[in-house]
Design a protein. Structure first.
Length: 230
């Protein structure tokens, strides 16, 4: 059965070999660690090569498979850009505007540095059209001809799938560094019992979060509120 991934880009292949971009994030909902926004651009004539080497949504791949694909992906693409937003960046973004606006700004920076003619982005907003407009407003230089915002863009665009792998591998590496310094803490997501236990014990012992923990997240606010009351 022929894969549907990449069909949208292939329909746009013209005589000129244009650059197709894909942008995705990893770690948006995490309690611990950074939010990573990554993007790639690739010639439209080489999109099929990404399917051949096994590029797909990072969530469908094991950590080992994702890591093994990075060198192959680098060989195929023209540009890669990675933007790391620290927990303090996320906290500031939530306090000053919204996480969607912060992510739109980060995606705009990535887009400006991968020089695509057309770029597909994964929409974190419930309204993809509104998110596309938000990202577009922040793109000041190297504006693409088209920005296409979609939910689950990694399923429709092989370029976004490639970007999702880079974002996830980068966040995995950042989490590894944090674990090496502070100890095992699970995935870093609030749904992970190991993560919640680590954060709770850290607060009980130190009475303050570290720079690798997002204070603006509801589970963290509840822990801080309870401890401050005690």
């Amino acid at each position: 059965m022929q894969s549907n991934v990449g069909i949208m880009e292939n329909l746009r292949v013209k005589a000129i070999d244009r650059l197709i971009g894909g942008v995705d994030e990893a770690g948006r909902g995490a309690l611990v660690g950074p939010l990573i926004v990554a993007g790639i651009s690739i010639k439209s004539s080489r999109l099929h090569e990404l399917i051949k080497i096994g590029i797909k949504d990072s969530k469908m791949l094991s950590p080992k498979q994702r890591r093994s694909l990075i060198p192959k992906l680098v060989d195929q693409v023209e540009c890669i850009c990675i933007c790391k937003l620290t927990p303090s960046d996320v906290d500031d973004g939530v306090s000053n505007s919204s996480l969607n606006v912060l992510e739109a700004k980060a995606m705009a920076v990535v887009i400006e540095n991968i020089f695509p003619d057309t770029v597909f982005i994964d929409s974190c907003d419930v309204n993809p059209i509104r998110f596309r407009k938000s990202v577009s407003e922040f793109v000041c230089v190297n504006r693409p001809r088209r920005i296409i915002s979609l939910h689950r863009a990694e399923d429709a665009s092989i370029a976004v799938a490639g970007a999702s792998i880079i974002a996830k591998v980068t966040r995995d590496y950042e989490m590894l560094r944090i674990r090496q310094e502070y100890g095992e803490m699970g995935s870093g997501y609030p749904s992970d019992k190991k993560t919640k236990r680590f954060v709770r014990e850290w607060i009980e012992k130190n009475n303050t979060p570290r720079t690798f923990i997002r204070e603006s997240w509801k589970p963290m606010k509840m822990l801080l509120s309870r401890d401050y009351q005690v």
